[in-house]
Design a protein around this ligand. Structure first.
Ligand SMILES: NC(=O)c1ccc[n+]([C@@H]2O[C@H](COP(=O)([O-])OP(=O)(O)OC[C@H]3O[C@@H](n4cnc5c(N)ncnc54)[C@H](OP(=O)(O)O)[C@@H]3O)[C@@H](O)[C@H]2O)c1
Length: 237
């Protein structure tokens, strides 16, 4: 494993925060494997990276499909050493609990909670063997404060937070860092165009989130920033 190239695997890099993370890491000469379902957007991102395009390898992957992830691990990831996993892929419905269908709820939990856990289970054995690695979860302000019309989303993000808080204590002595990032409203496609236009001034920018996450991941002392909240200066939406 010592000869394998180090990579950062970022899920959900076809848009928003994940795309900004891929750009930030690739531009800083970190080799990124970026996954999402919309492969054409991943290829566009690679092209747009210009001189840094060789730092980005796109792969189509539905994070809810464990057998596809297993194949992806065998065919792609096993050729590298995943130094850092960023669990970023995520969806929500912005509906009240009464209005969410069972399908809405299952989809949100499958992507945000199970998808995150599947990715962790995929990279963890190698990280344990190597006795190093970083797992960064893009959670949300919903883990810190109650927002209505986000019950399934809150369950999914709080679920991943709980899972990784336990995992952190189980792998701490193996030098594995678990970093939970909880951003507030950020202007991405997860929000409707109307909301983005109306609240643009009070939403954060994906590039700023990506810059902070990159910095935190780059910290190489024996210190780790374990839990961070990123909010618009003027408060939540
Ligand atoms: N924007 C905010 O205000 C905000 C605040 C706090 C936390 N977050 C979190 O930030 C993360 C990124 O969201 P965003 O705001 O950047 O929204 P976004 O632009 O809609 O990006 C979501 C990403 O997740 C991917 N994704 C969704 N379902 C997937 C699936 N089944 N398999 C693989 N990838 C999937 C999408 O790719 P494909 O559709 O191509 O698969 C896309 O790349 C999410 O976890 C979100 O909960 C966002």
């Amino acid at each position: 494993m010592a000869d394998k190239k180090n990579v950062v695997w970022i899920t959900g890099t076809s848009s928003g925060i994940g795309k900004a993370l891929a750009i930030e890491f690739a531009k800083n000469n970190i080799f990124v494997i970026g996954t999402a379902r919309r492969l054409e957007l991943l290829f566009k991102l690679k092209k747009d990276l210009g001189e840094h395009e060789n730092n980005f390898e796109p792969h189509q992957l539905d994070i809810t499909d464990y057998s596809a992830i297993d194949q992806f691990h065998k065919k792609v990831l096993s050729n590298y050493r995943v130094d850092c996993l960023i669990n970023n892929a995520g969806i929500t419905s912005f509906k009240k609990a009464i209005d969410d269908s069972i399908e809405d709820i299952e989809n949100i939990l499958r992507v945000n909670l199970f998808g995150g856990i599947y990715a962790i289970k995929t990279v963890l054995p190698d990280m344990l063997e190597k006795q190093s690695g970083t797992i960064i979860n893009i959670l949300s302000m919903v883990t810190k404060k109650v927002f209505t019309s986000s019950s399934a989303y809150t369950a999914s993000k709080s679920g991943l937070m709980g899972y990784t808080k336990v995992l952190r204590e189980e792998v701490r002595d193996k030098n594995i860092r678990i970093i939970n990032v909880s951003p507030g409203a950020t202007s991405t496609e997860i929000w409707s165009k109307e909301i983005r236009n109306k609240h643009n001034d009070s939403m954060m920018n994906s590039d700023d989130i990506a810059r902070i996450v990159f910095k935190i991941n780059s910290e190489k002392s024996n210190m780790v920033v374990e839990d961070i909240i990123l909010r618009p200066v003027k408060g939540d939406l």
